[in-house]
Design a protein around this ligand. Sequence first.
Ligand code: ZN
Length: 161
Amino acid sequence: MKIDKDSVVSFRYRLRDAAGHDLGSSDAGDPVTYLHGHGSLIPGLEAGLRGRAAGERATVTVPPDQGYGPRHDAPLQRIPIKRLLGHGKRPQPGQVVAVQAADGTRQVTVVKVGKFNVDVDTNHPLAGRVLEFDVEVIEVRAATPEELAHGHAHGPGGHHH
Ligand code: ZN
């Protein structure tokens, strides 16, 4: 079965930028599982996976406009350290941290650390970068009616209710 709209896909990936710097990967034992064609992944990665079958490996190159968008020269935002999520100790400049925003959780990059506040760059850490995904497709199956109704994949690597 080839990946197409409404396929449920499990895959592993390793991500690097155009210069070859490692930017992370899926956990070794746990593939990512998603419902294809519902905007679960960045557009360039979904397009690169379409038509592939279980067992296939590929390198998918994603330009910023198909990834996390261009970098904006947004003014830095000053936020209280206590609004950082899951911080155990003092944040460091350059660190990527999660903050609670009106529309959910956002990842921001710490630029400057004060006593009670941090100045953060609100660009997504991967904005403006060409991304190269080495992907390995593990499983492709048809979505269940429930998954289609919810708009996401269920089970290991997907959503749990
Ligand atoms: Zn669901």
